[in-house]
Design a protein around this ligand. Structure first.
Ligand code: C5P
Length: 215
């Protein structure tokens, strides 16, 4: 198979990461969760107790962090942070940090390097519209806020997080708003992306639909 770049974008909780992971296994290519990169920086900012209005300090942190993926684990400065970055404390701040242009420039440059080196399926908000405008395949997944919140709730609960559905709805609405209104590389469907509404569809349905386009 020639080198491919597959972009999967959409709002929070639309099922992007679950679907992208399965497709990466089926096609035997790398899966990159670009949201995890913004989460890792946010986690570090919280750990270091940095004032979240101190943009210069946050930019400095993003430039001096080592973020890497291996075997579906995310490494921050050499340590696996898969679980820590899913905490609601990170979720509720990540969009504020992800709207800082200089932070995005650091992450986008890393993402592009990954896409140049090997075949990837990458999920996020701006992968098809900004990071890889020439991606081989672009998909944009959507679902109602209620369904997205419910899925996230089940996922977090199964991992042992203490959350309520109301907290998740608030988090999703808040992030969607900031992500789609930010100035630099906002959440947007690329003109040439295939939109799939995942409401009421099973994971298998969505995976099959995407694979139909790719094969
Ligand atoms: O994908 P996930 O929901 O984990 O992403 C967390 C946050 O990271 C998003 O709400 C958004 O603020 C930011 N993000 C982004 N661009 C991406 C991926 C994620 O701004 N490509």
């Amino acid at each position: 198979m020639k080198k491919v770049v597959i972009a999967i974008d959409g709002p929070a909780g639309a099922g992007k990461s679950t679907v992208a992971k399965i497709i990466s296994q089926k096609l035997n290519i790398n899966y990159i969760d670009s949201g995890a990169m913004y989460r890792a920086i946010t986690y570090k900012v919280l750990q270091k107790k940095i004032d979240i209005t101190d943009e210069n300090k946050i930019i400095e942190i993003s430039r001096n962090s080592d973020i890497d993926f291996e075997d579906n684990n995310i490494y921050l400065d050499g340590k696996i942070v898969n679980e820590e970055i899913r905490d609601l404390s990170v979720s509720s701040l990540v969009s504020n940090i992800a709207q800082i242009k200089e932070v995005r420039e650091v992450m986008v440059s890393l993402q592009r390097k990954m896409g140049e080196k090997y075949s990837v399926i990458m999920d996020g908000r701006d992968i098809g519209s900004y990071v890889f405008p020439n991606a081989d395949y672009k998909f944009f997944l959507t679902a109602s806020v209620k369904e997205r919140a419910y899925r996230r709730y089940i996922e977090l609960k199964s991992k042992g997080y203490e959350v309520t559905i109301d907290e998740i709805i608030k988090d999703i609405e808040n992030r969607d708003k900031i992500d789609s209104q930010r100035e630099f590389a906002p959440l947007i469907k690329a003109d040439d992306a295939i939109e799939i509404n995942t409401s009421g569809k099973s994971i298998d349905d969505v995976v099959s639909k995407i694979l139909e386009y790719i094969k």
